[in-house]
Design a protein around this ligand. Sequence first.
Ligand SMILES: [Zn+2]
Length: 257
Amino acid sequence: MRVERILAPNPGPFTGSGTNTYLIISDGEALIIDPGPLERAHEEAILTSLVDLRPKGILVTHTHEDHAPLANPLAADLDLPAYGYAPGPNFKPDLLLADEDWVWFGREQVQALHTPGHSVDHLCFLARDSLFTGDHIMGGSSVVVEDMSAYLASLRRLQQLHPARLYPGHGLVMHDPAGIVAGYIEHRLQREQQVLSAIKTGASTVMDIVQTVYEDIDSDLHPLAAMSVRAHLTKLADDGVVQHMENDVVSLVGELP
Ligand SMILES: [Zn+2]
């Protein structure tokens, strides 16, 4: 199996140097992972990389706008199926992948793993001991989390797979998956402790917590930090520790188990 990375021309604060489109290749057959944004130059780069290969299908990790919009048009151009977990605003899969489904290419197969957290529709893809992580794990920038309980459960699940390397949706390949995933879990649990101690010392709204926990970040990023705090609060509410009202008022109602 061989992997090629094609960097999309969409660098930015949430995409790092841009979205990684991957080709995974076996025996002259290729699967395309995350075609990326609707950019003509990027589509040309993908088509150029496919010269001499037989493309078999398109795999989409999740439906965010930096990963999925090119999938349907490229699938139509190449007369291939596009696979994904569920339809979303930027993408309608031709074929749905459930957790642990397999897709063949050449003499290899890749397994879809449902890894909700960054988004509810997120898949990682495991081919031999290489894990394609989409936005579940990113190189160089921190992941925006929608559902913290699900995110932590998905990280713990990846730990059980013992991959040898991670190919993220943004940034470079990572060769210490065990250390990286353990670090991600530890970072989130530390944040959770910071959120809890902010509430214990008087923070009573989401923005209070943001200003206490994220005092060192640029205020432009506060709305994003608020999203992350809300994801922590949803988990802490599920754990019976806090009450989080619709108007973003927060109170302590218990202790962590
Ligand atoms: Zn995303």
